[in-house]
Design a protein around this ligand. Structure first.
Ligand code: UD1
Ligand code: CA
Length: 449
């Protein structure tokens, strides 16, 4: 059966003490909202609807940046979680499948858990995701009898006895679209908070002779972010999960606790990641590549057999083909390095195309920016760029060409040519010792005065 998602993201998140809406705060270099969207997308849903409210335009923009097919609806004012879900009714009331409700501020729900909820729909009309809380605090409590969920009671509305229950509501709920909207139309706000609670749905379902049930998950999956403290905890939890996932997928991490991942980092089997490596967004490392210590990577692709670092920086658009070597203190941005290219030391390559097996000497700079516009440098195959060459773009260096060390290359270099772009050297016999003697006598004269 088809599934769609409703992700609630209208709340202000006042406890974050921030001008940024809560769901746009980052964990793993991605907005919290993208974590929920990633989990949802893993189930290949028909539709995903995000309910926006506080700073709706910003939240919608971020949702659409993640995936343009995500739809957004506005909830204004915010009258509770059932009211929020109801905002999606115009889009989903006729949807002939299940709907799963997620929160935008709860980044760790696993796709497997969502799948387990869908499977549990074979036995229950409404399925709620619960967890055994170490400290149940102010969570809603699940009142169960046997396999059935009788009702959910919100903390504010609970009795002392109900507060002893440790099985808590995560907020994630699954039912057919038809039933969800039918039941929501019956929800009232006669509770402590005077809100329309989504948590009324299980009891309403049972009142019409349908059954409700619980799927449980580990508490770590339901960690929600309400404060900066919890945001920091969420980051730590994300990194710890990303590290164990990488190890499990056959990636070597020499010092796992010093490596930082982003939500969309992809690393192939048998890649080796040294200590103190930071992955920003959109990095793909293929199988068998090696990233040595102290590298910073973002928006780049490193192919099989390539080695990077130590102390290298790959910026957005860096594309390293197989067996490329990028060494220490090298920065690469918006550049394609074909197979076997070597850039060993102290070099900036920006806005460039470099042909296979070309060698770039130490201290080379692509001078890509004239203060107003960026220009491209093109270097052919098997070229040899001498140390400390300044390549003033736009410029083309041909196949098998060579530039002399220290050259400033402002003109194109034809295939197989040697380009010398530096002042000619003049040797003055004996002048070194004469000069030194003169400087020493000046110093001595100053000292005696
Ligand atoms: C909710 C549950 C509670 C559960 C807890 C888990 C209800 C009534 N209670 O309580 O049982 O234990 O989550 O964290 O559902 N939102 C909207 N529009 C609204 C209200 C909320 O979009 O009108 C969004 C919020 O932005 C947030 C989510 O829904 O992402 C949950 O709302 P929140 O007010 O935080 O609910 P809790 O009191 O935490
Ligand atoms: Ca909350």
């Amino acid at each position: 059966m088809a599934v769609s998602f409703i992700i609630l993201a209208a709340g202000m998140g006042s406890r974050m003490n921030s001008d940024t809406p809560k769901v746009l705060h980052h964990v793993g270099a991605a907005p919290l909202l993208h974590h929920a969207l990633t989990a949802a997308r893993a189930l290949e849903p028909s539709r995903i609807v995000v309910v926006t409210g506080h700073e709706a335009a910003q939240v919608a923009k971020s949702a659409e940046a993640f995936d343009p097919s995500v739809e957004c609806v506005l909830q204004e004012p915010q009258l509770g979680t059932a009211h929020a879900v109801d905002m999606a009714a115009p889009l989903l009331a006729d949807f002939a499948g299940d709907v799963i409700v997620l929160y935008g501020d709860t980044p760790f729900i696993r796709p497997e858990t969502l799948q387990a909820m869908r499977d549990a729909r074979a036995h229950h009309s409404v399925v709620v995701l619960g967890f055994e809380a170490k400290d149940p605090g102010r969570y809603g409590r699940l009142v169960v009898s046997g396999d059935d969920l009788e009702r959910i009671v919100e903390y504010k509305d609970s009795t002392d006895e109900e507060r002893l229950i440790t099985l808590c509501n995560s907020g994630v709920l699954c039912a057919s679209a038809k039933l969800i909207f039918e039941l929501i139309s019956k929800v009232e706000n006669d509770n402590e908070a005077q809100e329309y609670y989504l948590t009324d749905l299980p009891a309403l379902a049972r009142a019409q002779g349908l059954s409700a049930g619980v799927v449980t998950c580990d508490e770590s999956e339901t960690l929600g972010v309400n404060t900066r403290q919890q945001l920091a905890e969420a980051e730590a939890a994300f990194q710890s999960r990303a590290r164990s996932d990488a190890l499990e997928n056959g990636v070597t991490l020499t010092a796992p606790e010093t490596v930082f991942f982003a939500l969309d980092t992809h690393i192939g089997r048998d890649a080796i990641i040294g200590p103190n490596v930071i992955f920003g967004t959109a990095v793909t490392i293929e199988s068998g590549a090696e990233i040595k210590g102290f590298c910073h990577l973002e928006g780049c692709h490193v192919s099989r057999g390539a080695t990077v670092g130590p102390f290298a920086r790959l910026r957005p658009g860096a594309e390293l083909a197989e067996d490329v070597h990028v060494g220490n203190f090298v920065e690469i941005k918006n550049a394609i390095l074909d197979e076997g290219v070597k850039v060993g030391h102290l070099t900036y390559i920006g806005d460039a195309d470099i042909g296979e097996f070309t060698n770039i000497g130490a201290g080379t700079v692509t001078c890509n920016y004239d203060g107003v516009m960026k220009h491209r440098t093109k270097i052919g195959k098997r070229a040899f760029i001498g140390s400390s060459t300044m390549l003033v773009a736009p410029v083309i260096v041909g196949n098998d060409a060579l530039t002399a060390s220290g050259s400033v290359i402002t003109e194109n270099v034809p295939d197989e040519a040697l380009a010398l772009g530096r002042a000619e050297q003049v040797n003055k016999p004996g002048l070194a010792t004469k000069l030194m003697a003169r400087l020493k006598s000046i110093k001595a004269a100053k000292g005696s005065s």
